[in-house]
Design a protein around this ligand. Structure first.
Ligand SMILES: Cc1cc2nc3c(=O)[nH]c(=O)nc-3n(C[C@H](O)[C@H](O)[C@H](O)COP(=O)(O)OP(=O)(O)OC[C@H]3O[C@@H](n4cnc5c(N)ncnc54)[C@H](O)[C@@H]3O)c2cc1C
Length: 444
């Protein structure tokens, strides 16, 4: 006869009270759930599939009413699933020495391609960025969900896990309503804090902190920057292709090229998102930051001066404002002239002094915006910082603080640039954890 522990009956009672049904810890003498995964996002779903394919009985707990909600909004609904160039300098962590590329080297571009192709997703490569051929994020979620269902992964939604502790022979996982689940191994795949409406409010950090993990300072990244410059509002809605540098305490930290969008309260667009990590970190460390926009990256300052003189020579009768029609977007002409402190812009351009032309050229080559921070987690795509990476064995994603505990995805102190790198981190770490939990002692 199967003998159940006192704890087992307690769990049954708690669950019965919470849900009117019990959650079986044992069935036919075997543990039903070898593995519980907390968080049904990108990394949790991949971990569930990999573990279940290897014979593990998997239960996935998701706090929202459906899994993978965040996947649906990735890549503006197209899902930038990965990148063909998964280079180390596209990944970041606050640990200066710990090598973080292990999971990406183990389950990289080719492995990800094979994994998704087997699920039915054909890859579409645009530059280095990769999307599903359907260009619909929903198809990525659909195939993950269908595969999890085929493998009989038990998916319990509307379960927010609030506590997690180890007791004698396994993990106890406690939901918000007091219901308890038990398993031999646990994967925490709860994501970061970016975009809380998509499920991530940072509870994962608390769960892991209580188990002895350190959480490095977190900050929102891949997000709009806030600027007090009055010119942002004046140019609101305008997009310009430009070279963008970010300076912190007067030092250029990074540069990117692309389309910048001016907004009511600051700056947006791909290069701004890419540099926002530095702006966000500067804010955290109370350092001053500014963005410098070069509107004519292909010509030098001297060439800019010559260009302006040529235009003046061709149309000396035009006003200073009119001089720039056809060269600059109309909405940015006045802000550029104001930033260059040019007055009386209605006068003929032939009246411009050399000093004034030099100031205009300086502004066109380096339109400067102080940056006071970012729009924060609510609008961010990703959270930087998180579970200290040297407390995790990256060859298994196993915690070095607690037995049979695995940690994947964005909850860890690793983040990637814009371009498919963050989902790749989630796929890679999810895959490795899925393999690890099913490596030993799982009955197929
Ligand atoms: C708007 C937007 C666009 C993006 N676009 C891209 C892109 O195109 N390419 C790219 O590479 N990256 C993109 N990202 C980032 C990428 O989506 C994430 O880095 C990735 O999803 C992280 O995977 P994860 O599994 O760690 O966490 P998530 O996918 O966030 O999943 C975590 C899951 O855990 C659940 N959860 C949290 N706490 C609990 C709890 N206590 N109990 C139970 N469940 C819990 C959440 O509800 C969520 O479903 C984007 C992000 C956003 C917000």
């Amino acid at each position: 006869m199967q003998v159940y522990s006192k704890e087992y009956y307690k769990i049954m009672l708690v669950n019965k009270a919470a849900y009117g049904q019990s959650y079986s810890l044992y069935e036919g003498g075997y543990r039903v759930k070898e593995v519980v995964i907390i968080g049904g996002g990108a990394s949790g779903l991949v971990a569930a599939i990999v573990a279940a394919r290897r014979g593990a009985k998997v239960c996935l707990l998701e706090r929202l009413s459906r899994v993978g909600k965040k996947i649906l909004v990735t890549g503006n609904g197209r899902c930038n699933i990965t990148n063909t160039q998964l280079k180390a300098n596209c990944y970041h962590t606050s640990s200066e020495v710990y090598p973080i590329m292990g999971p990406i080297e183990r389950f990289g571009y080719e492995e990800t391609k094979t994994f998704f192709e087997e699920l039915g997703i054909a890859f579409l490569v645009e530059g280095q960025k990769v999307y599903p051929c359907s260009e619909q994020a929903t198809s990525v979620l659909d195939v993950l969900r269908m595969e999890a269902e085929r493998l009989q992964v038990e998916i319990l939604t509307d379960v927010k896990v609030t506590d997690l502790f180890y007791k004698k022979d396994g993990w106890q996982i406690v939901g918000e309503q007091g219901q308890t689940y038990a398993s031999k191994k646990v994967i925490v795949a709860t994501g970061g804090m970016a975009n809380a409406s998509l499920g991530c409010d940072g509870t994962g950090y608390n769960l892991l902190k209580r188990l002895g993990h350190q959480i490095t300072p977190t900050f929102p990244i891949l997000v709009h920057m806030l600027s007090s410059s009055p010119y942002c509002k004046m140019m609101m809605g305008t997009k310009v292709k430009a070279d963008v540098k970010i300076e912190v305490e007067g030092k250029v930290m990074r540069e990117d090229y692309g389309e910048v969008l001016f907004t009511e309260d600051g700056l947006s667009g791909p290069p701004i998102f890419q540099l926002s990590r530095i702006a966000s970190r500067a804010k955290l460390e109370k350092q001053s930051a500014k963005v410098v926009i070069d509107l004519f990256k292909d010509i030098s300052y001297d060439e800019m001066i010559s260009l302006l003189y040529e235009r003046i020579a061709r149309h000396p009768e035009r006003s200073i404002e009119e001089l720039f029609i056809g060269l600059l977007h109309k909405r940015i002409i006045v802000p550029v002239l104001k930033a260059a402190t040019i007055v009386q812009i209605g006068r003929p351009c032939e009246n411009l002094e050399y000093d004034e032309i030099a100031r205009i050229a300086t502004t066109l080559k380096g339109f400067t915006f102080p940056v006071e921070g970012t729009r924060g987690y609510k609008y961010a795509q990703v959270t930087a910082g998180g579970v200290k990476i040297d407390e995790v064995d990256l060859s298994t994603m196993g915690s070095l603080k607690a037995k049979d505990l695995y940690i994947t995805g964005e909850v860890l102190d690793v983040d990637g640039d814009c371009g498919g790198y963050n989902l790749q981190w989630a796929w890679s770490t999810g895959f490795i954890a899925g393999e690890s939990v099913s490596r030993n002692g799982v009955k197929a």
